[in-house]
Each structure stands twice: as C-alpha cells, then as structure tokens.
Ligand binder design. Structure first.
Ligand code: SF4
Length: 65
C-alpha cells in the first residue's frame, strides 16, 4: 500500500498528521511530508493510512494497493 499526496492541493490542515502521526509530518513551512520511504505504508499502519485519507478535507491523499 502506497500513499500519494497531491501537494498542489494540500492546504496543510494537518488532519492527516493527527490521524497518522507515524506517516505524516508538517514541516516548518507547512509542507506535508510523507514519512515512510517512497510512501510505502509499513505493516500495521494500513488502518491509520486509510483514516488519514478519509479525514483530509480536500481529498489530497490517495492510497494505491
Ligand atoms: S489533511 Fe489533507 S490538506 Fe491537510 S495536511 Fe493532510 S493532506 Fe494536506
């Protein structure tokens, strides 16, 4: 499972960070950083990744299976 972010759409709301703090981080400039290498969701984090996608208010996140 891989996370992708449409950076141009992301507005830095941070809900995804709250939902999955091990997967996302907002840097000092408010840019969203996907923490896992290549966006690959580690085993056991899949539900949190789905939660993050669901809570993003502008649907800037997507998951590939
Ligand atoms: S919740 Fe959506 S808009 Fe907010 S930081 Fe995450 S991806 Fe960006």
């Amino acid at each position: 499972m891989r996370i992708t972010v449409e950076q141009a759409r992301c507005e830095g709301h941070g809900m995804c960070v709250d939902a999955a703090p091990d997967l996302f981080h907002l840097d000092d400039d408010g840019e969203l950083v996907v923490l896992p290498e290549g966006g690959l969701v580690p085993a056991g984090q899949e539900d949190r990744a789905r939660d993050a996608v669901r809570v993003c208010p502008i649907a800037a996140l997507a998951l590939d299976r």
